[in-house]
Design a protein. Structure first.
Length: 500
C-alpha cells in the first residue's frame, strides 16, 4: 500500500503532466497547485517545475555562477517557509529562483510578503516585472514561448524582432549600470581592514570619525543602483562598518548608541544574507549586553550567534563570551562547558571567512581567548587559574606583533591578574600587574577598564587588608585613576562632517 507521501507526490505529478498536456504555463500550474494544495508561492513553483529541494539548489548554484552565492536544499526550504518561519529571501535569491523556474521574480512573492522587503528590493522587483511585461505580449506565456506564426509576428509590433531586441538591450543597459565600481568596493575593504587593525593599538576617537565617514559613504552608495551581487557585498561592508561603530560606542560607554549600530548591522547582514556577519553582529550584541549588566540577554545573543558561526574565530569568540557571561551570573556548569567549547573550536581544523581578512578587532586570536578565560575563572573564584590565564594572555600580546597588541584586552588581563593576586594575598604582585594600566594615557582609557578596576578595588576592601597600609595606598591609586570621565571625554562633542 502506497504511503500518504508517495500518493501525494503521484497526485502532484499527474496534475503537472495533465496541465502540461493542455499547454499550461509554469505560472498557471503553480497557481493551480497553490489553490488545490495550499502551498506557499515558492513551494508551488518548485512543485510546478517537478523539482526536489536539492535539484532547485543545484540549478540555483549554476544560475548564480558565484561560489559565494551558493545555496543548499535546506536553505531553499527556509525560503519557502518564510514568513511563517524559515528565512527571508533577498531580491537576488528571488531573481535567481525565477531564472530556475522560468518565471518573473515578482511571481515568487505575494503582495503581503513584498511589503516586508526593503524598499530598494521592492523597486528592483517591480522594475524587472515592468521590463518583462514590456518585452512580452498580452498572450498567455505558453503561446509566447511556442513558435508564433509569421502573421502573428507582423501583426503584433511588440513581438517584432527589432523592437524586442531593442527592449532587451535597454533592459540590459539598466541591469548592468551601477554606481558602485570595483574600485569603490576595494576602497571600502581597504579602509575597514586598516581601521580594524589600528583599532586595537591606536587612539579611538580619530578612528571613530573615519568610521562615520565610511558609513555615510556606504549609505549614499546603497541609495543608488547596483547589481544584486554588488548590493550584497555593499550591504556586507556597510554592516561591518556598523559593527565597528558599535564597538567604538561601547568603548565610549554609550551602550544605547552601540545597540543602535547593532540594529543597523543586523539589517545589513539580513540584506546581504551573510552568516559570518550575522554571527559577528550577535557576538557584539552579546558583548554590549554583558558589559551593561544584562548577562542573561548576552547568553541569548551567543546562542543565536552560534546558529550562524562557521569560522574558527567566530565560534571561539561566541563560546568565550558565553563562558564569561555565565560566570557573571554564577552558572558554573555553563561557564565551564563554554570554556571547553572554546578549546575544542580552537583545536579543530581551521575555518575562515571574510572577517579573518579584516583582522584586528574583527578577529579573535589566542591571547584574547586566554584573556576571556582568565576573567571567567576569576568570576568563578578560581584565582590560581585566573592568574595563569592572565599571564599567558599578557605574554601572548607582548611577544606578538605590535600592530596586534590590543591595549584594551592586555589592560583587562593585567587588571584580572591584579585581582587574582590580591585574592591570593600577593599585594606586591598586584601592584606590579596594575602599574602599566595606571600609566595609560587618557585617550586609551576605554570604558570597560572601569569594571576591572572596580573588581580590584573590591578585592582590596576585603577584611584581611583593613590594616594593610600598602593595600590602602594601592586603593588610593585606583581611585585617582579616572576611567569613566576619560571614556566620556573621548566621545565626539559634535557630529563629524557628513554624519546624518
Amino acid at each position: 500500500m502506497a504511503s500518504p507521501r508517495s500518493s501525494h507526490r503521484a497526485e502532484l505529478t499527474r496534475l503537472r503532466e495533465a496541465m502540461l498536456e493542455r499547454g499550461a504555463s509554469i505560472d498557471e500550474i503553480a497557481a493551480e497547485m497553490r489553490a488545490r494544495f495550499t502551498y506557499g508561492v515558492r513551494a508551488a513553483y518548485r512543485h510546478a517545475a517537478g523539482l526536489t529541494l536539492e535539484q532547485v539548489a543545484e540549478r540555483y548554484n549554476g544560475a548564480a555562477g558565484d561560489a559565494d552565492a551558493r545555496t543548499t536544499g535546506p536553505r531553499i526550504s527556509e525560503w519557502e517557509s518564510w514568513p511563517q518561519g524559515g528565512r527571508r529571501p533577498i531580491a537576488f535569491n528571488l531573481i535567481t529562483l525565477a531564472h530556475v523556474f522560468g518565471t518573473d521574480p515578482g511571481s515568487l512573492i505575494t503582495v503581503d510578503e513584498e511589503a516586508l522587503l526593503d524598499e530598494r528590493e521592492r523597486i528592483l522587483l517591480r522594475e524587472l516585472h515592468a521590463a518583462r511585461r514590456k518585452s512580452s505580449s498580452d498572450m498567455p506565456l505558453r503561446q509566447v514561448t511556442s513558435s508564433p506564426s509569421p502573421t502573428t509576428e507582423v501583426n503584433n509590433s511588440r513581438l517584432a524582432p527589432a523592437d524586442a531586441a531593442a527592449q532587451s538591450l535597454e533592459f540590459a543597459a539598466w541591469a548592468e549600470s551601477s554606481n558602485v565600481g570595483s574600485s569603490a568596493l576595494e576602497h571600502l575593504n581597504f579602509e575597514l581592514s586598516r581601521i580594524a587593525v589600528e583599532y586595537v593599538h591606536a587612539p579611538l576617537l580619530p578612528l571613530y570619525r573615519d568610521l562615520v565617514m565610511l558609513r555615510d559613504s556606504s549609505f549614499a552608495l546603497l541609495k543608488g543602483h547596483q547589481s544584486p551581487r554588488e548590493a550584497g557585498e555593499l550591504f556586507f561592508l556597510t554592516g561591518t562598518t556598523c559593527v565597528l561603530l558599535a564597538h567604538a560606542s561601547q568603548n565610549f560607554g554609550d551602550d544605547a548608541a552601540a545597540m543602535a549600530h547593532i540594529r543597523a548591522a543586523w539589517a545589513c547582514a539580513e540584506q546581504s544574507d551573510h552568516d559570518g556577519l550575522r554571527a559577528w553582529v550577535r557576538g557584539t550584541a552579546a558583548l554590549i549586553a554583558e558589559w551593561s549588566n544584562q548577562q542573561r540577554r548576552a547568553l541569548e545573543y551567543t546562542k543565536e550567534g552560534q546558529r550562524y558561526a562557521a569560522s574558527t574565530d567566530s565560534r571561539v569568540r561566541l563560546a568565550a563570551i558565553e563562558a564569561r557571561a555565565a560566570a557573571w551570573i554564577g552558572d558554573r556548569h555553563r561557564a565551564m562547558a563554554a570554556l571547553d567549547a572554546t578549546r575544542r573550536a580552537r583545536e579543530s581544523p581551521a575555518r575562515s571567512d571574510e572577517f579573518d581578512e579584516f583582522g584586528g578587532v574583527l578577529s579573535f586570536p589566542l591571547p584574547k581567548q586566554l584573556c576571556y578565560a582568565g576573567t571567567t575563572y576569576l568570576l568563578l573564584g578560581e584565582a590560581d587559574l585566573a592568574q595563569r590565564h592572565a599571564l599567558d594572555a599578557i605574554a601572548g600580546y607582548e611577544s606578538g606583533p605590535e600592530t596586534a597588541r590590543s591595549y584594551g584586552d592586555e589592560s583587562l588581563a593585567r587588571l584580572d591578574l591584579a585581582a587574582a593576586r590580591v585574592a591570593l594575598g600577593d599585594l606586591d604582585g598586584a601592584h606590579d600587574a596594575i602599574t602599566p594600566v595606571l600609566a595609560l594615557p587618557a585617550e586609551l582609557r576605554i570604558h570597560q577598564l572601569g569594571v576591572g578596576l572596580a573588581r580590584v578595588r573590591a578585592a582590596l576592601a576585603a577584611p584581611q587588608f583593613a590594616r594593610a597600609t600598602f593595600a590602602r595606598s594601592l586603593a588610593e591609586q585606583l581611585d585617582e585613576f579616572r576611567v569613566t570621565e576619560a571614556a566620556r571625554s573621548l566621545r565626539p562633542t559634535q557630529r563629524p562632517a557628513g554624519q546624518t
